[in-house]
Design a protein around this ligand. Structure first.
Ligand code: NAD
Length: 295
């Protein structure tokens, strides 16, 4: 690569980085609104794909102990040479480590695999209500946060009943609630409860995991045509304008770049509203499990 090309690439990357807004969290830290999620990314491919994501400008990676690919994320981070403070790394506590003092060794194992001294965000992955330990898990995360092993703490897949219990019994609110959310399944009750208390919403399955035909919906298609964008870019843009934090998953470099190019156009209020109207309202747009059924 010539010096000129290297400069050009560095400039392009700096511009892209500047374009990703950062969302303030109740911990005092902030999170890049768009990242790369590695659910179902083959552990053998993870290092290569996270390296590509970092190369094209992503700085926020969402993984979990249960994904089995934390080592690959860690190797890519180490090889990147990117300063630690420029990266935002999330991982999650799996359901079988919620009881007693298990969360601490669980996080220590994740940190070891990631090769990090701390994560930026640690989440209780599912409330797993049949096991009855989510409140304990949350209390333990508060301690891990105080110990500096994670900069922010949050929950995932928690419903209002569980959030209310956490608030009432611990007085400490999560920084985020990471829930299945896309135009066909907007979980308005959970979103309203969370945002009214400053708990930020992370939308998993932001593209409906490809299982729900969001891209064929005329509201998405029409906006894509009007803005000369792909349907995926329109759906991601809808999330950003709603204030959601997103980390779409792909194993293609082309789509990694495509999913990042969502900061240089804006949907009109009418376009946002038309896409918001895609939720059938009866829960039938859900593509993942019901949160209370994952135990
Ligand atoms: P997603 O909505 O990001 O969908 C991924 C699918 O969309 C892939 O099949 C991919 O081929 C397709 N896709 C991606 N970019 C595209 C593009 N530009 N054009 C067309 N198709 C495209 O679903 P996801 O992976 O489940 O969610 C994203 C992340 O959320 C995960 O990787 C993970 O980090 C997180 N997540 C968390 C939970 C949880 O319980 N907390 C559950 C699922 C996912």
């Amino acid at each position: 690569m010539t010096e000129h090309h290297a400069d050009h690439r560095a400039d392009a990357e700096a511009n892209r980085l500047n374009e990703i807004p950062r969302i303030p969290l109740n911990s005092g830290y902030d999170i890049p609104q768009l990242g790369y999620g590695v659910f179902k990314v083959d552990p053998a491919e993870t290092e290569r794909l996270v390296t590509e994501a970092l190369d094209v400008g992503y700085r926020h990676i969402d993984t979990a102990a249960i994904y089995g690919n934390e080592e690959g994320v860690g190797r890519a981070i180490a090889a990147s040479g990117i300063p630690r403070d420029e990266l935002f790394v999330t991982t999650k506590l799996w359901n079988d480590r919620q009881s007693g003092d298990q969360p601490r060794p669980a996080l220590e194992e994740s940190l070891h695999k990631l090769g990090l001294a701390h994560v930026d965000l640690y989440l209780v992955h599912w409330p797993s209500p049949a096991n009855g330990h989510y409140l304990n898990a949350w209390t333990q995360l508060v301690t891990l946060n105080e110990a500096g092993l994670t900069r922010s703490i949050g929950v995932s897949n928690h419903l209002v009943e569980q959030l209310e219990r956490i608030e009432a019994e611990t007085g400490t609110l999560p920084a985020v609630n990471q829930i299945e959310l896309h135009p066909a399944h907007q979980q308005r009750e959970v979103v309203e409860w969370s945002t009214s208390r400053g708990v930020r919403i992370e939308a998993w399955g932001p593209l409906g995991q490809g299982k729900y035909d969001l891209f064929g919906a005329s509201a998405v298609h029409d906006a894509a045509t009007a803005h000369e964008r792909s349907p995926a870019q329109v759906v991601l843009r809808w999330h950003l304008q709603k204030g959601n934090i997103v980390f779409p998953k792909t194993v293609s470099r082309e789509r990694l770049v495509e999913n990042l190019r969502v900061f240089d156009f804006e949907l009109s209020d009418a376009e946002v509203d038309a896409i918001s109207a895609l939720d059938p309202g009866d829960g039938s747009g859900r593509v993942g499990a019901h949160p209370n059924d994952v135990n």
